[in-house]
Write a protein that binds this ligand. Structure first.
Ligand code: SAH
Length: 345
């Protein structure tokens, strides 16, 4: 990216940038609206700007958005998965899901991931690089343009660990929710983390009313360490405390993600221990039968075990939902498609 990364600029930054080009401040808002509300793909189409200014922008600024490589449509539900190319030739993926309340996009925040969770496909090749705010935004805009829709909800649950790309993810949230742009409510944004405790506190300080999802996947450190290397860095109780403090600081209910793996974390004792650990926290547990990943040997819990696990949590007063699986026929689980594409190359 040798030119200014204009898509990653917050409105105030863009205003400063335009002033730096010798333009009036209001041009900042004008270009911001063009990029983030009208979803422009070129400076040429910004006809409200003089030809001279459009040429100047082309020279000084770049639109470093994602480019579609492939698109897979599920024949079971309306889920669509996109493989996108970013600068330097890396590939990322995004998913469009249709719910009763509208469209949700699952965005990637990094190409690859360095967290090493043992059940996850995104981390197999390690981290290529973190995405810019503009590249995260552009996944949504590209999908909206292609499908002719407006997206109302965003989940940061694609490839990557958002809190390992903290600044760009916060910028993304600020830009996507800005009233002169796409204006997706922060309440409709979920950020999912494997539990980087220090960063959870940093995020809480910003008091953004987004939903925090914490990937827990275990009732204790013993099991968690087998699944998630990050558990060697942050203790289980510290992760839970950070989530609890986050809920109290933001008054937002946190979500705990719990992938159920046959014989690993899905027993009655596991459910009971999890209930004890989460008692008294403003939280909701999402139970997800693990998606089998070709490179990994985990098997998902049986329907019977999933139901039993859920029932125990409910009995113990822990709110929970068993997540409906979307896009099962198109490898919609994170990282799966990207890996097959990277290998095929
Ligand atoms: N790095 C972030 C967000 C990306 S993954 C995080 O760890 O939360 C989004 C969610 O999918 C996480 O809860 C992750 O643990 C889960 N996940 C990854 N691979 C999975 C698989 N094979 N089956 C079920 N859930 C999986």
């Amino acid at each position: 990216m040798e030119k200014a990364d204009i898509l990653s600029m917050e409105k105030e930054e863009l205003t400063e940038f335009m002033k730096g080009l010798g333009e009036a401040a209001y041009r900042g808002k004008q270009v911001f609206t063009r990029l983030h509300l009208k979803k422009a793909v070129s400076f040429g189409e910004m006809t409200e700007l003089s030809l001279k200014l459009r040429e100047l922008l082309k020279e000084k600024a770049g639109l470093y958005g994602v480019k579609t490589v492939k698109k897979y449509k599920s024949s079971i539900d309306n889920t669509i998965k996109y493989l996108f190319l970013i600068e330097n030739g890396y590939i990322i993926e995004s998913v469009l899901m249709k719910y009763d309340y509208g469209y949700t996009v699952c965005v990637s925040t990094q190409a690859g991931c360095r967290m090493g969770c043992s059940f996850c496909a995104s981390t197999i090749g390690g981290l290529d690089r973190s995405l810019t705010a503009g590249e995260i935004l552009s996944q949504i805009y590209e999908i909206e343009r292609q499908e002719g829709i407006r997206v109302g909800h965003v989940v940061m649950m694609g490839c990557g660990e958002p809190l390992d790309n903290f600044e760009n993810c916060v910028k993304f949230i600020k830009i996507i929710s800005c009233k002169d742009g796409a204006e997706i409510s922060k309440r409709n944004i979920t950020l999912s983390t494997c539990g980087l405790v220090d960063k959870i506190y940093e995020l809480a300080e910003l008091k953004l009313p987004i939903t925090l999802a914490v990937s827990l996947h275990a009732p204790n450190d013993g099991i968690r360490k087998r699944l998630m290397p990050i558990a060697n860095k942050y203790k289980y109780e510290d992760v839970i405390r950070a989530a609890k403090d986050y809920a109290e600081a933001t008054k937002r209910r946190v979500t705990f993600e719990y992938s159920l793996i046959d014989g690993v974390n899905d027993s009655r004792e596991n459910a009971e221990e999890l209930s004890r650990r989460l008692k008294g926290i403003l939280a909701h547990v999402n139970l997800i039968p693990v998606n089998s990943v070709k490179e990994r040997s985990y098997i998902k819990s049986s329907d019977k075990n999933v139901r039993a696990f859920s029932r125990i949590l409910t009995e113990k007063g822990i709110e929970n939902t068993v997540r409906r699986k979307l896009g099962a026929d198109i490898n919609a689980a994170c990282g799966q498609l990207r890996n097959s594409e990277v290998k095929a190359k």
